[in-house]
Structure formats: C-alpha cells, structure tokens
Design a protein around this ligand. Sequence first.
Ligand SMILES: NC(=O)C1=CN([C@@H]2O[C@H](COP(=O)(O)OP(=O)(O)OC[C@H]3O[C@@H](n4cnc5c(N)ncnc54)[C@H](O)[C@@H]3O)[C@@H](O)[C@H]2O)C=CC1
Ligand SMILES: CC(C)CC(=O)C(=O)O
Ligand SMILES: [Mg+2]
Length: 407
Amino acid sequence: MASISAKPQLFKILGSNPSRSAGARRPASIRCSTSQPPRPRRYRITLLPGDGIGPEVVSVAKDVLSVAGALEGIEFSYSELLMGGAAIDTVGVPLPEETLAKAKESDAVLLGAIGGYKWDGNAKPLKPETGLLQLRAGLGVFANLRPASVLPQLVDSSTLKKEVAEGVDLMVIRELTGGIYFGEPRGFGTNDAGVDIGFNTEVYSALEIDRIARVAFEVARKRRCKLCSVDKANVLEASMLWRKRVNEISSEFPDVQLSHMYVDNAAMQLIRDPRQFDTMVTNNIFGDILSDEASMLTGSIGMLPSASVSGSGPGLFEPIHGSAPDIAGQDKANPLATVLSVAMLLRYGLGEENAARRIEDAVIETLNKGFRTGDIHSSGMVLVGCKRMGEEVLKSVDSQKPVAALG
Ligand SMILES: NC(=O)C1=CN([C@@H]2O[C@H](COP(=O)(O)OP(=O)(O)OC[C@H]3O[C@@H](n4cnc5c(N)ncnc54)[C@H](O)[C@@H]3O)[C@@H](O)[C@H]2O)C=CC1
Ligand SMILES: CC(C)CC(=O)C(=O)O
Ligand SMILES: [Mg+2]
C-alpha cells in the first residue's frame, strides 16, 4: 500500500515540541473546515519485535498505534520481519537482507529489542547486537532522540529524592551511526609481549559531528534554548574535534546557550542536579550510557522511548531498554517505553501530532488511574502485567473522542 504522506524533512520533524505542546489539538479551523470525512492517511509500518520482551511490548504498542490512528483517520499496514536472535535462529544472520529492504521501503520502523543469553557467545557477525548496528547504519538514522521526563505520577518511583527528581525534563541527543561502535580498526590480537588484546576505535569526522550538532541545536531551540555538549575532550582526540566542531556550529545558533561538560562530570551531575540540563548532545557510547542513567531519574528504563531519524527515509523507533531476558516471557515487562515510542513514531516519523498526543494523554490517564507494572510499582498502586497495562492504555485511548468531534 502506498503512503500518501510526504516524508517530513528534518526541520519539520524537529518543529514539534512535545513538552511545549501539552494538550494541543488540531486548530478548530482545520477541525471543522469540511463536511466530508477526510481521506484516511495510510502508512506502512515495519515491525521488528526481536527477542526477549521485544515481542511482548511491540504487540501492545502496535494495538495502541492502530486504535489511536483510527481515531485520527489514519490506517496502518504492518509487515512483521525477523531481526536479532530470532533471525539468527531462523535464517542464520541477525539482519536478513529482506528485513532491511522492507524497512527501507516503509514509512517507519518499530523495533522491540534484540539480544539474549543464548547468543552472547556468538562471533561478532552473528550477534543480535551486530544486526541492530547494521539496521541503524542501513537506515542512516544518525540522530537518536531520547527524552527523559519525570512525570509527577512517577516521582516516587525514582530512586532519587523527590526534591531532586521532580520537574526533570531533558532530551539526550545521541549520535547513533558513528563513534566506537562502528570505528575501524577493531578486533582481537596480541601485543608485543604476546598477551591477548581486544581493541576498538573511536572515530568521528567533522561531517558527522556537524550534522548531529545541528540537530541538537534545532532541538534545543524548540525547548529551553540550552544545549550541553558532553565529551571527553581532555583525553580523546575524537572528543577534541567534537568540541571544536560543536563550537563552530554554535555560531549558526546564537540564541542557544551552549555549554560543554566532560562525560564523567555529566554522569555525576545527572544525579546531583538533573534539572540543570535541558538538551544534551553526545557521541554514540556516552549517549548510550547517559540515557540509561537518565532513565532512572524517571523511575524506570521501562518508561523511556526513543526516535532515530535522518531527515530522509523512514525513522527507527524503539524503547531505550534491551530485551530484558531476566523477565522475558513472564508478562512482567513495562510496555510504556514502546507505547511512547509509537507516539514518537507518529510525531517525528509521520508528522501526526494529534495521534501522538492521544497516546501520550492515554499513558498519563492510565498512570493517573494507578496502574503500574512491577518496575514502577509503589504502595497503593494497582500492580499489573504487560498485557493488562496495554489493555488499560487502550481503554484510555478509546475513551477519547475523535478530534473531529471535540468542541
Ligand atoms: N536496543 C536493543 O535492542 C538493546 C538490546 N540490548 C540487549 O538486551 C540484552 C539484555 O541487556 P541488559 O544489559 O540486561 O539491559 P536491559 O535493558 O535488557 O535490562 C536491564 C534491566 O532493566 C530491566 N528492564 C528493561 N526493560 C524493562 C521493561 N520494559 N520493563 C521492566 N523492566 C525492564 C530488565 O529486567 C533488567 O533488570 C542484551 O543481550 C543486550 O545486548 C541492550 C540494550 C538495548
Ligand atoms: C547494542 C547496543 C548498542 C544497544 C544499546 O544499548 C542501545 O542502543 O541503547
Ligand atoms: Mg543502551
């Protein structure tokens, strides 16, 4: 099925600011302008459930996407494809050619998670994680947006004191297709003394830094105009170039206040005083680590969504967590990170702000009703599993009136 939507360009993708547009609905002039029902918008979604809790959370998120979309006159067609350990077991590689080809043809890609104990000992080309890196590189999605907001409903789930955690609203922009996860040379060998070594290389080109810096400045501009670039420029040459280029690009954004911080300090400051941060930009590995750390400000890694975009072609949307093999298959996973990832898919991938907001509103309503999975549970709340949490979110989406009917 062909999509009738134009692919949003990056400037348009970044033009929407979820934290600033709370409660926003389509303007009345658009809502009531025609007596004919609008033609449904149709999008092709690639689903990559993956491994562990991936299929559990993707199943919930898919249902939420379909229902929220239907309320906004959007139709989806889904192609479910193999990825990660599931693909290794079935066809022998972690990212089958067909999966990447179909993903590229679609309007957006939703990934659950990949990996697990079963494949931990595999050689690098046959690791699920290698497939994930190939997917990100294959789609060219270099800009990974990882928002972390402490919701008032979950402030007591944070391991930090309430007075430290409350009000946190930050966005980590992680460079996703460069740096040490991709750098050459890498491998195993022996040193001059004949001792085994393993090595990787952190490489960044000025072009890679410039493009992620521009995305970060644009995002910061739509938020509180504060950007903190995180690096290790006191030690690493790649970080020295990073800092130089970010300073250079900052001249294009004089309205954005830029600061720099070493990554070790940033890790500490995130716990000491997280509200000092608004938008953070950093390299692949530091962003991976700092966003997991930021997730605990919000109560659980099970709450954090992400969007990976390039400005052309389909975006990749996934929770920031992994396949959680320790709880897989037990209906214990929190599906909200994936549900919020489909909200990001609608907003940043398809430009469907109203449907995105419906989903975010439904998540808030579900939390307001007291439903909690184990990772965010606290006394007095209703403990539910992954499926039930999904059903409750669906009820909240369903209970919303179509936008066309809103006064
Ligand atoms: N994007 C991806 O697909 C990623 C895959 N991985 C892979 O996942 C596997 C497990 O990695 P870990 O380091 O254990 O990280 P993880 O994120 O899978 O789990 C860390 C901890 O958080 C919990 N957790 C994670 N997601 C949760 C959710 N939705 N609800 C409730 N609890 C949740 C887990 O139970 C576990 O205790 C590995 O094979 C790793 O390589 C890790 C990170 C990202
Ligand atoms: C395979 C890893 C790079 C995945 C991960 O930890 C992440 O993207 O957050
Ligand atoms: Mg990670």
